[in-house]
Design a protein around this ligand. Structure first.
Ligand SMILES: Cc1cc2nc3c(=O)[nH]c(=O)nc-3n(C[C@H](O)[C@H](O)[C@H](O)COP(=O)(O)OP(=O)(O)OC[C@H]3O[C@@H](n4cnc5c(N)ncnc54)[C@H](O)[C@@H]3O)c2cc1C
Length: 382
């Protein structure tokens, strides 16, 4: 049998691609070495510290895939409050743009479970093995598995994460620029109700975000050059440090999960397509989390490819892959450039006048309602 698409990697992006393409009646199979937990009773014990802000456009995408999870574990954000290091401040509110919410905060494993329930409901075959080799010609690609068997497909999608196996097998070079920062993530209970407000502070070259969760909880992402100074603290001291950096806006924080750190690297592969292969999600791009757009870009890849290939007789044809590649260039580069510029603007401590300029800039945009609302609608994918 020849598949239409084999997808390597069943993280959020690969799982969403599998469901989207299966909905279009494609013959799809998914390779995943670590299928996620889908049992609700176990998922309800504790909170995942890997949290995403899902844009309204991607919420609609997941709803169209019947994979938007139960909202009991999801927090709608109705206002964002971003503060600079010298009195600069910009606020966005859903009411100002007549929207119900700006974004939705959701746990990685809660979203993954909803997608994997659809994978099972649609009977998408899941192959619980690592790929060992790949060969392609002008018509098909063949994947050899660890047990020596092989699978043939019109297209192989690599949604296998930042260190993509498929990308390296295909010989696609990738430019990697470390930000010199790690993202430290952890969850806390807060003394005061957050009222659905997300906060962000740009301070001393570091970026701290408070992402609201249901039941008076928050998740944080703290971008810092010295992660060990946070991850090695006892839980109560970490909570005190996060409370202080966040100016005590939510009162005293109490620890809910251990902190862990991940290295922040900007990755730009030279291409996202090759002969009968295509990359999506972190395999195709990684970005600083300060705008919460990493996984949103990945869902954007899924939506773009599903649209472009919808009516194609041959889903892996050269022109289809090239159209996908071109369609993702601008949104991905714009987001990477925007996040980099913001990161550098607030990371520079020693240039005279810059702190004044960046904080005045925030205040200026805050007072230009037309521009501000356009920016926020763009980030929401509207
Ligand atoms: C520790 C950590 C914390 C993060 N926290 C945040 C955050 O707070 N906010 C945010 O916006 N972003 C965060 N990110 C980034 C975010 O997780 C990614 O942008 C998003 O998950 C990308 O999804 P993906 O499906 O492309 O890749 P992944 O989620 O990496 O999924 C790849 C999948 O491929 C599978 N796989 C890999 N190789 C193979 C193979 N050879 N064969 C079969 N299967 C394979 C893996 O098991 C995995 O399930 C974090 C990333 C990490 C690593």
């Amino acid at each position: 049998m020849i598949y239409d698409t084999l997808i390597i990697g069943g993280g959020l992006v690969g799982a969403a691609a599998a469901v989207a393409l299966k909905q279009q009646q494609r013959k799809v199979a998914l390779l995943e070495i670590r299928p996620p937990e889908t049992d609700e009773t176990r998922l309800l014990q504790g909170w995942d510290a890997r949290i995403y802000a899902i844009s309204p456009a991607n919420r609609q995408l997941l709803q169209s895939l019947n994979a938007w999870p139960d909202e009991s574990r999801i927090q709608a954000v109705t206002r964002m409050d971003v503060r600079g290091d010298q009195g600069g401040r910009i606020e966005f509110s859903a009411a100002e743009i007549r929207a119900e919410r700006l974004t939705s905060i959701a746990e990685n494993r809660w979203l993954l479970a909803a997608l994997w329930r659809q994978i099972r409901a649609l009977d998408i075959p899941v192959i619980n093995q690592a790929a060992a080799g790949i060969e392609s010609d002008i018509e098909t690609a063949t994947l050899t598995l660890a047990d020596g068997s092989s699978l043939c497909s019109r297209l192989i999608i690599g949604a296998d994460g930042a260190n993509s196996w498929l990308r390296s097998q295909a010989g696609i070079a990738v430019r990697e620029d470390a930000y010199g920062h790690h993202g430290v993530v952890a969850n806390f209970h807060c003394e005061r109700d957050h009222q659905g407000v997300a906060y962000q502070w740009f301070k001393n070259g570091e970026v701290l975000a408070y992402l609201p969760l249901p039941d008076r909880k928050i998740s944080i992402v703290w971008s810092t050059a010295e992660p060990a100074k946070l991850t090695e603290l006892p839980p109560d001291e970490l909570a005190a440090a996060v409370t202080a950096q966040g100016e005590g806006v939510l009162g005293k924080l109490s620890p809910l999960s251990p902190a862990f750190a991940f290295n922040l690297i900007l990755r730009r592969p030279e291409t996202t397509v090759g002969q009968r292969i295509l990359l999506m999600g972190d395999a195709a791009h990684t970005i600083h989390p300060l705008a919460g757009q990493g996984v949103n870009l990945g869902f954007g890849d899924v939506e773009a490819f599903a649209d472009i290939s919808r009516k194609a007789a041959d889903i892996g044809a050269h022109q289809i892959l090239q159209r996908y590649h071109r369609s993702r260039l601008e949104p991905v580069r714009t987001m990477q450039l925007g996040c980099n510029s913001l990161f550098k603007l607030f990371g520079e401590e020693h240039l005279p006048g810059l702190p004044w300029l960046r904080n005045s800039g925030l205040n200026l945009v805050n007072n230009l309602n037309g521009l501000k609302n356009r920016l926020v609608r763009q980030a929401m994918g509207l």
